[in-house]
Design a protein around this ligand. Structure first.
Ligand SMILES: NC(=O)c1ccc[n+]([C@@H]2O[C@H](COP(=O)([O-])OP(=O)(O)OC[C@H]3O[C@@H](n4cnc5c(N)ncnc54)[C@H](OP(=O)(O)O)[C@@H]3O)[C@@H](O)[C@H]2O)c1
Length: 288
């Protein structure tokens, strides 16, 4: 849809799926007769994607923008957002998730039906001892506090409307040990947040999904390491890594599930990545 189309008109659409209690969906593919389950497609509503200026966030914006959705693409780098918006027709929103006032402004201005909490980064990767206090503040401030405040800001509206979906981009490092204690702690917090939020929201119709990707080829490691040599070493895995589109497809899988289905958690990794994210076969490299 265009950015100017009134969002309030979006829910009068097709509810013929039989799951018409929530976001409007239409058939997106053939019926799986054996499973007696229909493949549905999230078709209307307002979706906010944080961290949309690169990597996974940008990929999911590009996929969602093909549908009749109002896609809000949020991040700090305005130039990157505008470039994506020009290509796909999403609405760019300059937003720092570490700023609660900016978060409140965005949440107040839009009836957000789907929140994809994707903004995140890793610092002091490989060695907490070599990092500093700013690394801790930046990592926890973005990955944990920003994600929780973003969620808190959109929940009242979702609860009032009796529908909504929060998708949090976590990591395999939320689940398995790896040489990234600060980052692992931040994603571990996201994991527990998802689990407890589901309990809190029981009966509201709001779904909470956690995506746990392994290694994805994005700018993540450019942000993680200032030292060019360590950055190059961390980026050299020698394996076929996940692409941002691979992860975006998993996010869409959660969004497109019938509205009575909540995909709690979806873990994906390159075939050649050993669990935990620290080792890549057949190399014996040991990078975070
Ligand atoms: N790459 C991997 O191997 C991997 C694996 C598992 C999980 N993840 C997770 O996937 C998510 C996306 O990362 P990515 O791999 O796609 O890396 P990326 O390309 O570096 O993307 C990170 C995004 O987060 C945004 N961001 C960072 N700080 C922000 C802030 N304070 N406010 C708003 N936006 C902010 C960045 O945009 P601006 O700089 O323009 O603000 C950028 O769009 C992260 O949560 C990451 O932890 C990544």
């Amino acid at each position: 849809m265009s950015a100017t189309q009134p969002v309030s008109s979006l829910f009068g659409g097709d509810r013929s799926s039989g799951h018409g209690d929530s976001l409007s969906r239409t058939y997106g593919g053939p019926t799986l007769a054996s499973a007696e389950t229909e493949i549905l497609m999230l078709e209307t509503g307002t979706v906010l994607v944080t961290g949309a200026s690169s990597g996974i966030g940008e990929a999911v914006v590009r996929m969602l923008a093909r549908r009749d959705l109002h896609v809000l693409a949020a991040a700090r780098r305005a130039d990157r957002l505008h470039a994506v918006a020009e290509q796909v027709g999403c609405t760019p929103i300059v937003l720092d998730v570490r700023d609660p006032e900016q978060i409140a402004e965005v949440a107040d201005a839009h009836p957000i039906d789907v929140l994809i909490n994707n903004a995140g980064l890793g610092r002091a990767m490989g060695s907490l001892a070599e990092g500093d206090a700013a690394d801790v503040e930046r990592t926890i401030g973005t990955n944990v506090i920003g994600l929780i405040q973003m969620t808190q800001a959109v929940l009242p509206g979702m609860i009032e409307r009796g529908r909504g979906h929060v998708v949090n981009i976590s990591s395999t490092l939320a689940l398995y040990p790896g040489p990234a204690s600060l980052y692992g702690a931040s994603k571990g917090a996201v994991h527990k947040f998802c689990r407890d939020l589901r309990v809190e929201l029981a009966g509201t119709g709001i779904r909470v999904s956690e995506i746990n990707p392994g290694r994805v080829a994005t700018e993540f490691y450019d942000v993680a390491f200032d030292d060019p040599e360590r950055r190059a070493a961390a980026k050299t895995t020698g394996i076929v890594e996940l692409t941002p589109a691979d992860v975006a497809a998993s996010i869409l899988h959660c969004l497109d599930a019938p509205t009575h289905v909540n995909i709690h958690q979806l873990e994906l990794a390159p075939v050649e990545q050993i669990y935990g994210g620290a080792r890549f076969a057949p190399l014996d490299g040991d990078t975070p």
